[in-house]
Write a protein that binds this ligand. Structure first.
Ligand code: NAP
Length: 481
């Protein structure tokens, strides 16, 4: 029997693997794709980059002096994770093209049985999910789309055989992904129509290449990188203060973003369509300096009338406006609130996780779930941010998880399971705090379930998360064996 199975070889799964390897645990990492890197290997659309500055977007213990830009490109983030995996010799533990379909807890032997699409079955004491929140593309079921004769694909499954040059293209959605690839393809296509359902707040993205002298300094004086990282972290933490409804920072942020957006949008008709009226941060702020100006191009149209249906060669809106197109690109985001789906997970007493989570996903510190002993979720429920680096969140979570695993293995325990009353109280507090956050201020976003419950986001600052995760209270758990 293995000590642990890690599901997913993205940023979180790799970090768990590094820590397990340091402790000489017997473990494997099951990854459904043929590549590590998670979101950074599946998203390859033009312009794909991270909207968190590069100095902060790395593991704290593995600073990267090779970043070429202030905002790192997808290709260099992927290269970074490959390099880290090599350095920590994770290769022998990684199993690619191995999609987990089912995981069930065996109470008698206190272990997890994990089954894969290819028919293998693995058994381990602990099960660790590093499956991400944004891994399953959401493609809305548009009426008539099956008749569409052109190309259609999602931004996270970019079709690189498609050459946009001279084509008429429709982009559905205007979130962070679309805001990155729209400015890239707009100069190349014949016509581009962006179908927007809701406008987004945007904030400037002061990107530039690092000079050779800066990169030399990063390499020679790592303290400079550390300092830069701390400054970026502190600046982003300030933005979080604006995510409290009615706060002074919320008002300042709104004024600042509004005036910056107006400056980029001289046309009052575009302003009216592109500047939101809901509070800043309610939906993820789009970090961009070139998305808004793209709508001033003569070959780009912003369509705000809702989509009615698709014909063989066009998208038709509710008022009957027809947009003939050769391709449809879905920038429509991900099924974020269906954590861990479609894996069928059953815990103690054969209870299915999807039943336990019928009213929305919940966990204790986003990591453990009552009824599911020895199971850990990285970047789990209510651990997402709208303002800072997820790597920071996951690092603190992995430190916490490893202390729990040390207790499990070190004390010779059979099982460790969070007490249901502890988890319930924790989530009542989380939801009470979320009530006052901008994410409950009336807009619809991927932060919420269909019933409006915010199951993705952490309601406090990153520093508060670090303080919480520093403490491990084993009284919160039922320990057996
Ligand atoms: P998203 O933020 O969920 O945006 C999806 C877009 O599609 C929205 O504009 C949405 O409109 C629209 N949409 C969805 N269903 C639709 C329908 N049936 N009809 C019309 N429009 C529809 O997705 P995303 O842009 O892929 O970004 C997802 C998340 O990924 C981001 O919030 C961010 O956390 C992450 N991301 C990060 C980076 C980075 O640089 N770190 C880059 C890209 C993405 P509504 O707003 O009306 O729902």
């Amino acid at each position: 029997m293995l000590d642990a199975i890690v599901v997913g070889a993205g940023m979180a799964g790799l970090l768990a693997a590094i820590r397990l390897r340091e402790r000489r645990r017997d473990f494997i990492v099951l990854e459904r794709s043929r590549e590590l890197g998670g979101t950074w290997s599946s998203n390859t659309y033009p312009g794909c980059a991270c909207d968190v500055p590069s100095l902060l977007y790395s593991y704290s213990f593995e600073p990267n002096p090779d970043w070429t830009r202030v905002y790192p490109l997808q290709s260099e983030i992927l290269a970074y994770f490959r390099r880290v995996a090599r350095k920590y010799e994770l290769g022998p533990h990684l199993r690619f093209a191995t999609e987990v379909t089912q995981a069930s807890y065996d109470e008698r032997d206190a272990c997890w049985r994990v089954e894969t699409r290819t028919g293998e079955c693995y058994i381990a004491r602990a099960l660790i999910f590093g499956a991400g929140q944004l891994s399953r593309p959401l493609v809305p079921p548009l009426r008539g789309v099956e008749r569409f004769a052109g190309k259609a694909f999602h931004s996270a499954r970019w079709d690189h055989t498609f050459d946009p040059a001279g084509k008429r293209v429709a982009v559905i959605g205007n979130g962070p992904s679309a805001a990155q690839f729209v400015p890239e393809i707009a100069p190349r296509v014949a016509r581009l129509v962006v179908l927007q359902r809701t406008p987004n707040w945007t904030i400037e993205r002061p990107d530039r290449s690092y000079r050779a002298s800066e990169r030399w300094l990063f390499r020679r004086a790592p303290i400079i990188m550390k300092l830069g990282r701390a400054l970026i972290y502190a600046r982003l933490e300030l933005i979080f203060r604006g995510f409290r409804q009615g706060s002074l920072m919320a008002r300042l942020l709104r004024r600042k973003l509004r005036s910056a957006m107006e400056e980029q949008l001289p046309d009052p008709r575009l302003r009216e369509k592109l500047i939101p009226d809901y509070p800043v941060g309610c939906k993820r702020i789009v970090v961009t300096s070139d998305f808004l100006s793209t709508f001033q191009r003569p070959n780009v149209t912003l369509e705000t009338d809702p989509i009615s249906h698709v014909t063989r060669e066009a998208i038709v809106t509710m008022i009957g406006r027809e947009h003939p197109v050769d391709a449809i690109i879905y920038g429509t985001g991900f099924e974020a609130t269906q954590f861990l789906a479609p894996i069928r997970i059953t815990g103690r007493g054969g209870v299915a996780l999807e039943d336990a989570w019928r009213d929305g996903a919940e966990a204790y510190r986003g990591t453990t779930v009552a009824g599911f002993p020895n199971m850990f979720i990285l970047y789990g429920p209510n651990t997402n941010l709208g303002h800072n680096s997820i790597i920071f969140m996951v690092e603190r979570q992995v430190e916490y998880m490893m202390r729990l695993l040390d207790a499990l293995f070190g004390r010779g325990l059979q099982a460790l399971e969070v007490r249901s009353e502890v988890m319930r109280k924790y989530n009542e507090d989380i939801q009470a705090h979320l009530e006052r956050s901008v994410w409950r201020a009336g807009c619809r976003s991927w932060y919420q379930t269909a019933s409006g419950k915010v199951t993705t986001n952490w309601p406090h600052s990153c520093s508060a998360w670090a303080r919480l995760m520093r403490r491990t209270n084993l009284e919160d758990f039922r320990l057996s064996g």
